[in-house]
Design a protein around this ligand. Sequence first.
Ligand code: EPU
Length: 337
Amino acid sequence: MRIEENYSLLAYNTFHLPVKARWFMEYGNEEELGRIVRDEYFQECISLHIGCGSNLLFINDYRGIILHSQIKGIQLMEENEDTVLLRIGAAEIWDDVVACAVSKGWGGIENLSNIPGEAGAAAIQNIGAYGVEIKDVIESVEAYNQLSFEKRTFTKEECQYGYRYSFFKDEHNEPHIVTHILIRLNKKPVYVLQYGKLKKTLAGYPAITLAHIREAVMAIRKEKLPDPGIIGNAGSFFTNPFITEQHFNGLRVQYPGMPYYPASDNQVKIPAAWLIEQCGFKGKSHGQVGVYPKHALVITNLGGANGHEIALVAESIRSAVRERFDIELTPEVKYID
Ligand code: EPU
């Protein structure tokens, strides 16, 4: 177990904000986690469990305890003719899991290549890209209830997955700490290629294989999204909003070229990037905060910005989109005050 006081979180947030945590605690196994969460001082403090911080915006220094897992490992739990079941430690780097699966010829997560973050956080957020969400392969999630200290295995249904949503994200539910995720992958992969650009990129390869899909996804991401190792950012800053069909039909008269994806319950999903670009933010900057020139959904720290300044730019984007389209954008990034 590692305990640090007034600890820099610079390496633990992909916006590269030089914030500090009053306490930083890192545990290597479930027994150590149990000791931390049962501790009286811990229970009195505010706390936040983080992964790589690839979806966090620290507005200030954190006054409580930052918890970080070091539970790693990719265990083969079951194998049959068609599938494998893997149990993955929450602190395993998600892209290492994808690389491992692809190298073994196990399909299901190749479209989720190169997404920053750890496996536990990936399952909590239900990460998604190029037609695949992690929920498509999740079999169950192991987690500790932070109030009762009980360990529970959540079935996929109990995780209540939705678009960038799970039981673990909902602040109305009792807080849980995810220790392991179990995913089932396919030994006879079924490729998901409906994302136009992916299909087009793959046309340049001699054959469609898991490795080629991974390569193509990485190339597409590289072309459109900034590398958080170089430019501070947290990927998509907002989720794509859902609006009613009626609202959509009204807007479409004025904006016939508006891209959209039909969704269930008479709703339509609109790409937030398009709305933001229409409002003129793409490629613009305010102080040290930029809107990425190649993708309007990504807000960047051009160097030296603080969380408050990033939040202000996000707020002006939200107001502009609200005013022009009567659509409310919801941050995908979690604000930590
Ligand atoms: N578009 C613009 N301007 C831009 C960029 C995009 O108008 O600057 C429009 C285009 O019409 C484009 C559409 O937006 O067709 C959608 O863009 P893109 O395919 O890049 O996807 P996205 O909806 O912006 C979502 C995920 C990404 C994921 C991609 C690919 C969310 C919030 N984001 O982005 O996930 O990689 O699809 O599947 O759902 C992330 O969550 O951090 C993330 C990067």
